[in-house]
Design a binder for this molecule. Structure first.
Ligand SMILES: Nc1ncnc2c1ncn2[C@@H]1O[C@H](COP(=O)(O)OP(=O)(O)OP(=O)(O)O)[C@@H](O)[C@H]1O
Length: 398
């Protein structure tokens, strides 16, 4: 993101108000266009990337209005558990942000503070420019929240569920019928609109849940593990939907058990560990922390001695200058090195000469799983892995 200092003031004419207004332009690939002139004379602009996807409002002082701005958030539960120790985060409007962390790291507790369900023990947070403690109603009017637990009523039909959400979120009466039809269409439930939700598959229920959380077209959306338990097809349909709302300018804050999901969808990712943000960056930036490509070697039923010997060979090789770059698995070795592609075969020869029988090898680019292992020293485990539910036609005609 360009720093605020890069802004230059430049008067332009806003054709919609026919008044000469002062707006702000950004150089290079980003620019700001008039968005609205507020009643008190302040201006807002929206910044777009070249494809028009990213929206950013500007304050009077030309700083960017953040969708979420959390400073030193802390939350201690009544039993003394410090679930969130120190979380500071700034998320721009229009960003697709992924929030990752192992089971119990503090993701849900953080989200609950951001959506006003928990009051921070310490620290401050503004969402859509409103303080969550001082102005929770304004925050709630600006957000959609899809919790891990479903909020739909299984006794109601899909249409009734969305209508109920429209009433709860205060969608104007004359806009409801169109909004309901649009949402049913968007989440591919138009064919089963008048069937009871209790007959829906897990995937259909999740999609109905998303539609219900977004009826008021909030500018910021919090999705807490929205695709857990879904099969890849159902997950893909939700991904498409999340991409679409983000392309329309919605800020998305996502937690997920699936690193692949974060990799596919998120522009930026924050990793929380023991209640503190460990690192933030784009998926590519995070992958660069791994320190090179990953060489995986598999042996034929290796004993512990074999693995130890293999590790010694790897440590002696030209590939490795840091012992942390070599991990033993049950069946082989994983070596991370920026020379893995150039000199990987040298290591294979050395391993064979040391009497190890290689049954498979692979050199690949790092994944977010590797990132997680590098950062936390543990494999990613963000919750109970439930069996995938199919998105098959649990309801006739779906
Ligand atoms: N109501 C509560 N009272 C006391 N401790 C809690 C409460 N809710 C959560 N915790 C604890 O706070 C810590 C953080 O929990 P949280 O649910 O925020 O983590 P998480 O990263 O969302 O985990 P998961 O991936 O399992 O959803 C954990 O140690 C958890 O046991």
């Amino acid at each position: 993101m360009p720093a605020c200092e890069e802004f230059v003031r430049d008067p332009v004419t806003d054709p919609s108000t026919r008044a000469k207004e002062e707006y702000v332009h950004l150089g290079c690939s980003l620019h700001v266009r008039p968005y609205s002139a507020l009643p008190n004379g302040r201006h807002r602009g929206f910044r777009t990337s070249q494809d028009g996807a990213v929206f950013t409002r500007l304050n009077d002082d030309l700083t960017i209005v953040s969708a979420i701005d959390a400073e030193h958030l802390r939350l201690t539960y009544a039993d003394g558990t410090e679930a969130v120790a120190d979380v500071s985060l700034t998320i721009d409007e229009g960003e697709f942000f992924g929030f990752l962390g192992a089971n119990g790291a503090g993701k849900t507790t953080t989200i609950k503070m951001l959506v006003t369900l928990l009051r921070p023990t310490d620290g401050s947070v503004r969402v859509a420019g409103h303080d969550v403690t001082d102005d929770p109603r304004a925050v709630r009017a600006s957000i959609g929240y899809m919790a891990q637990e479903t909020s739909i009523d299984e006794e109601l039909t899909a249409r009734e569920n969305i209508r109920y959400a429209c009433e709860a979120y205060g969608v104007p009466k004359d806009a409801r019928a169109d909004r309901i039809d649009q949402l049913l269409d968007l989440v591919d439930l138009a064919d089963v609109a008048d069937k009871q939700a209790k007959g829906f598959s897990g995937g259909m229920q999740k999609r109905l849940d998303v539609a219900s959380a977004l009826v008021h077209e909030p500018p910021i959306v919090f999705l807490d593990e929205p695709t857990t338990g879904l099969d890849p097809k159902a997950r893909n349909r939700l991904w498409d939907y999340f991409r679409r709302i983000n392309e329309r300018g919605t800020t998305v804050f996502l937690t997920t058990q699936y690193l692949e999901e974060a990799d596919q969808l998120c522009e930026r990712i924050g990793v929380i560990m023991d209640g503190e943000i460990e690192v933030t960056g784009s998926p590519a930036e995070l992958k660069s922390l791994v320190g090179g490509d990953v060489l995986e070697v598999e042996f034929d039923e290796p004993s512990d001695d074999d693995l130890e010997r293999a590790r010694g060979v790897a440590l002696d090789s030209a590939l490795v200058d840091d012992p942390a770059a070599v991990d033993c698995t049950e069946s082989g070795l994983v070596v991370t090195s920026d020379a893995a592609r150039r000199h990987g075969t040298d290591l294979l020869v050395a391993l064979r000469e040391a009497g190890l029988t290689i049954v498979g090898f692979n050199v690949r680019s790092p994944t977010l799983d590797d990132v997680f292992l590098t950062i936390t020293g543990e494999a990613y485990d963000a919750g109970d892995e439930r069996p995938a539910e199919t998105d098959a036609t649990a309801v006739e005609g779906a």
